[in-house]
Design a protein around this ligand. Structure first.
Ligand SMILES: Nc1ncnc2c1ncn2[C@@H]1O[C@H](COP(=O)(O)OP(=O)(O)O)[C@@H](O)[C@H]1O
Ligand SMILES: [Mg+2]
Length: 285
């Protein structure tokens, strides 16, 4: 008996002292499986282009990359209904000023580098740029900050974005748990997540109804529904976002972490301002 138990343990096969517990555990497993495959109200998002996302993800993995920041992450997310501010990449300070004139002011400039996922930390983000001259200066400042703090980072250039104002910042996240699989996280941006840890979680896939209860569950959800004379934000577009990230990771389990921080929710619609995706490391073949 003891030897058999050891063998089961070695192979991570559950083993119980009493049949009742085994049967109960088996029932739970069955319930979980039924729940996971429940044909509930379409869990699919309105926009879903799995093939296009698949091509992109494959090319990233083939290139041996496991973490992608804004540019690539936004492109993948765009195939699941996410929208972004207008943007364009500048390779030189002069180009930055030309693009700035085209996009219009105010704008935001950010370092574009496959090696940098936390742009603010390396002086790689400038908000509120209000003139062509300021755009040229910001280009030089951002590139020199990054060269100083991360001399080995490859720099594509500096991305210019239309600056979004108004709206409320929320965070959508995904982490991978070895027991539960993909967990979807929702919270309000800034101090609400970082200091108050006011977030809600669900196991993917998440339905629209569950997404809506994730939003209601956080302590600060009143801030989204319009308090002190403020207009409420577009809750449906947050639900779209939660269902969107949930379906991406359900379609592509190779994604182990995903962050949209922030997603800015307006009175109508929402825009993702920053995103990153981390893939499971492939076993080298
Ligand atoms: N296009 C934009 N319009 C308005 N605010 C922005 C825009 N992009 C970024 N921000 C603000 O700047 C912050 C930092 O930018 P982000 O791209 O998230 O960089 P990081 O890599 O440091 O997270 C964001 O949390 C957001 O508040
Ligand atoms: Mg961010």
């Amino acid at each position: 008996m003891r030897e058999s138990i050891e063998r089961l343990k070695v192979h991570a096969i559950p083993c119980f002292s009493y049949p009742e517990i085994a049967v109960t555990a088996f029932k739970r497993l069955l319930d979980f499986n039924t729940w996971k495959h429940r044909g509930e109200e379409a869990i699919l998002p309105h926009v879903r282009n799995k093939e296009k996302a698949d091509t992109l993800i494959n090319s990233i993995l083939r290139a041996g990359r496991y973490e992608v920041g804004e540019d690539a992450a936004m492109e993948i997310l765009s195939h699941y209904g996410f929208t972004f501010p207008e943007k364009a990449l500048a390779h030189t300070a002069r180009e930055a000023s030309a693009i700035a004139e085209r996009i219009g002011f105010p704008l935001v400039m950010k370092i574009s580098s496959p090696d940098i996922l936390h742009k603010t930390d390396v002086g790689g983000v400038k908000l509120n740029i209000n003139s062509e001259m300021a755009a040229e200066d910001a280009f030089l400042e951002i590139t020199s900050n990054v060269r100083r703090l991360m001399p080995d980072a490859f720099i594509n250039g500096v991305m210019l974005y239309e600056m979004i104002s108004g709206g409320k910042e929320v965070i959508l996240g995904v982490t991978y748990d070895r027991t539960f699989g993909h967990m979807i996280m929702f919270g309000l941006g800034g101090i609400y997540v970082e200091v108050l840890k006011d977030v809600s979680f669900r196991i993917a896939p998440v339905s629209r109804r569950e997404a809506s209860s994730m939003i209601n569950e956080i302590r600060t959800s009143a801030l989204l529904k319009g308090s002190r004379g403020e207009k409420p934000v577009d809750i449906e577009s947050i639900i779209d976002g939660i269902v969107g990230v949930s379906s991406i990771v359900t379609d592509f389990p190779v994604i182990h972490e995903l962050d949209i921080n922030p997603l800015v929710v307006m009175q109508k619609g929402a825009l993702a301002l920053d995103a990153r995706i981390i893939f499971e490391r492939q076993k080298s073949s």
